[in-house]
Design a protein around this ligand. Structure first.
Ligand code: ADP
Ligand code: ZN
Ligand code: ZN
Length: 724
């Protein structure tokens, strides 16, 4: 008997299956999907069994597997199939995909000490009568106490043994019982208030066929009650004895949605939170695997939750870039969801107020089924949005807050209402430069300027985390005429404190690095402990505060100026999302967008809440420039610590692609990546644009194999990249 085993070995994973002999003592235990220990290069390492066979014809000498790691396979039939399918789509090593599916405790070759914790209980081993008889004759009060407790409570958790327990065990009066402990305790909050779905919502629910592997796109304005629709459908699915996956962009940013699920579905829900420790995650994972929960709510990787009999998969805010993993394996949760939908013959429901262009185009073509919610469910109206031209404000000396925004903030504060301000840049300022010689303070490892952080009095690199104490003298010419330009959240906070007598809280990566801080800020703001919440885009998502009547966008241009074909789409999405935070109750909401590009279509159409026109406008541009959804993109990233070598290899790759790919395929580059130098590594890239190219997979696989054995130059292949 032989097994085919896949292992993870070395930095550039050897992605092939190795054959091993199964020793006789393991033959009736081993199954496909088992994690096993095998000898490889004079070491014992872990791998997964991908196949079992009785024939082997090659004539070199095989080794035996050393052991089986777990009693049951860690990869089930579906996961094994899924890994295969994903690999075909994203061209990465299969082992990387399997590893991504599993919690740390079950990954191969991790050498972790994450174990199942068993709780020990005692319970009676004799009838009540016999126990009572024993009590009557017993002279030891401690033993009597134990037995009386067991007569009332049936079983008792014990953490340490006593001599009386030992005696009772020995005499066979009581027995031990073991059960897996769960180290994660989710907090349940208030009571669930069921809302009655309105006509629009009911119609949407009735349109979803729960017995077919179809993909739906629910396009519903912010506050239209999409979440209620998700919950209703999931409820239906569970009542049929099936299970459900609910994906959200990021758990810590959406505590309110999570709360709604916990209060409605209680113990049936597992939350795969990024804040879980490895042991907690392992416990939650086993709970899911053992069928103890019916619903899994989580971010991207929860798409791999080992649920059986899935009845629906929901992806909220489907346009969110967090659904695409930006390192190996570069899978998109949406694609995995559709594969799992096929496997389980169940629907996939994508929801958004600003769907990605790709998804909306597919819905218009009929590849997905389009469902629409046009109105706000709670009765509130979409907010009134106005645009302020900052070019004019700057002339008046208003660099941070325009006259109009300042006035509105004061007005809302005086009415005891709340304000949310978005500024998509953390730190104090963005550039530190010398006024005498023009030197800009840059990161020594990266091709980017350092950001001044006042709170810590440091200058930091946002790419590699390099940090130095703030300097007052120019390191080039020695002048002390250093000046900082640009606006970050810290400076905004300072300005707000100077201008308003209000309780202000800032939420960005710097104030939320400690575990639980997101939730605390959101909860405190919700309880009106603060009047103004300012922050980066993490405040834009899914929050629902009835007292927020004003949303201000300090600088709508930060996302517009990113050189990326999706920058208009991202800007429109961000502005719509953050606007959606205002006016969610009967209080009317207002939004003020400050910008240096007031005529830009993404900003003007966001003001009108006009997704459909934005879609049409943006599609025209994408068509002219041959970008998605008209063309597919694949990015080949070439990296090296050696500038020259990277350059020459990148050129070779460009030539190779041009020579071997189909004639209708467009190849751009090689060129320097947007951030050319990062952590002392140089980045070049080739962009491949294609509608269909049957040679693509084989050409890229070949290329990947060539560079697997090159230790000076790396390539990575990103199919359908998020950023280009
Ligand atoms: P979305 O997910 O589309 O942003 P939500 O599901 O969060 O919308 O709903 C927005 C608000 O409207 C919530 O406060 C929710 O409780 C409320 N709501 C949703 N559906 C209804 C309904 N049918 N009747 C009354 N209120 C509703
Ligand atoms: Zn200088
Ligand atoms: Zn850096």
């Amino acid at each position: 008997m032989y097994v085919k085993v896949i292992i993870e070995y070395g930095a550039k994973a050897v992605d092939r299956e190795f054959t091993y002999i199964v020793p006789t003592n393991l033959r009736d235990k081993i199954k496909v999907g088992h994690r096993v220990l095998v000898p490889f290069n004079n070491k014992n390492i872990e791998g997964f069994v991908l196949g079992i066979t009785n024939h082997y014809s090659d004539n070199y000498e095989l080794k035996e597997i050393t052991n089986i790691c777990d009693s049951e396979p860690v990869l089930n039939t579906e996961m094994l199939w899924l890994g295969n399918e994903i690999q075909k789509n994203i061209l990465c090593s299969k082992i990387a995909i399997y590893q991504a599916m599993l919690p740390k405790a079950l990954k191969a070759s991790q050498n972790t000490n994450i174990n199942i914790k068993m709780n020990r209980y005692i319970r009676l081993n004799v009838s009540f009568e016999d126990a009572n008889k024993y009590i009557e004759e017993c002279r030891y009060p401690e033993q009597i106490k134990v037995l009386e407790k067991l007569i009332t409570d049936e079983r008792v958790l014990i953490t340490s043994l006593s001599s009386s327990i030992n005696t009772l065990i020995k005499k066979g009066i009581i027995k031990f019982e073991y059960e897996e402990a769960n180290r994660y305790v989710s907090h349940t909050t208030g009571k669930y208030h069921k809302v009655k779905l309105n006509k629009e919502q009911e119609f949407v629910v009735s349109k979803v066929n729960l017995n077919k592997d179809n993909t739906y796109l629910l396009y519903g304005v912010t506050g239209s009650g999409k979440t209620e629709v998700y919950m209703e459908l999931i409820d239906k699915v569970i009542k049929c004895g099936k299970t459900a996956i609910m994906l959200v962009p990021e758990i810590s940013l959406t505590p309110q949605i999570v709360d709604r699920f916990i209060t409605r579905f209680g113990q049936d829900v597992a939350i795969l939170h990024s804040g879980l420790s490895d042991v907690e995650r392992y416990d939650e994972y086993r709970k899911i695997m053992n069928g103890k929960v019916k619903i899994v709510v989580g971010a991207r990787s929860a798409i791999f939750a080992p649920l059986n009999n899935i009845g629906i998969i929901v992806i909220d805010e489907e346009h969110s870039s967090t659904y695409k993993q930006d390192n190996n394996p570069r899978y998109h949760a949406r694609d995995v969801a559709i594969l799992r939908g096929k496997y389980h013959k169940c629907p996939v429901l994508l929801g958004s107020a600003t769907p990605s262009l790709e998804s909306f185009a597919r819905a218009k073509k009929g590849v997905y089924t389009l469902l629409t919610l046009k109105n706000r469910a709670g009765g509130g109206h979409l907010p009134e949005v106005s645009i302020v031209d900052m070019k004019k404000e700057v002339k008046k000396g208003n660099f941070i807050l325009s006259e109009e925004l300042s006035k509105k903030i004061s007005e809302k504060l005086s009415k005891n209402e709340q304000v949310i301000l978005l500024l998509n840049r953390r730190g104090y300022s963005s550039i530190l430069t010398c006024r005498d010689c023009g030197n800009v303070l840059k990161c020594p490892n990266c091709d980017i300027s350092l950001t001044y952080h006042k709170t810590s009095n440091t200058n930091r690199c946002h790419y590699c985390n390099y940090s130095i104490k703030n300097i007052h003298k120019c390191p080039v010419c020695g002048s002390d005429n250093m000046k900082d330009y640009g606006l970050g959240t810290e400076k905004l906070e300072e300005e707000l404190n100077r201008k308003f007598n209000a309780r202000i809280i800032r939420m960005d990566m710097d104030t939320t690095s400690k575990k639980g801080m997101h939730e605390k800020i959101i909860c405190d703001f919700g309880n009106h402990k603060y009047d103004i919440l300012l922050g980066t885009q993490m405040i834009a998502k899914g929050l629902d505060f009835p007292l927020v009547t004003l949303v201000g966008v300090i600088n709508a241009d930060t996302s517009l100026n990113i050189p990326d074909f999706r920058s208009a789409e991202n800007t429109f999405g961000l502005l719509s999302q953050v606007s959606g935070r205002a006016g969610r109750s009967d209080l009317l909401g207002e939004v003020i967008i400050q910008t240096y590009n007031p005529e830009h279509y993404s900003i003007m159409l966001a003001k009108d809440h006009d997704y459909l026109s934005f879609y049409e406008e943006e599609m025209k541009i994408r068509k002219v420039l041959s970008y998605p959804p008209f063309y597919y993109l694949t990015l080949v990233n070439i990296t090296s610590r050696d500038y020259e070598l990277g350059f020459s290899e990148a050129n070779k790759i460009g030539t190779y692609l041009r020579k071997y790919l189909g004639k209708d395929t467009i190849i751009l580059g090689p060129s320097m990546a947007n951030v050319f130098k990062m952590n002392n590594v140089y980045h070049y890239e080739c962009i491949i644009k294609y509608k269909y190219d049957e040679k693509l997979n084989s050409v890229l696989t070949k290329l990947d194999e060539i560079y697997k054995v090159n230790n000076k130059v790396d390539i990575s292949i990103d199919v359908n990249p998020i950023r280009v």
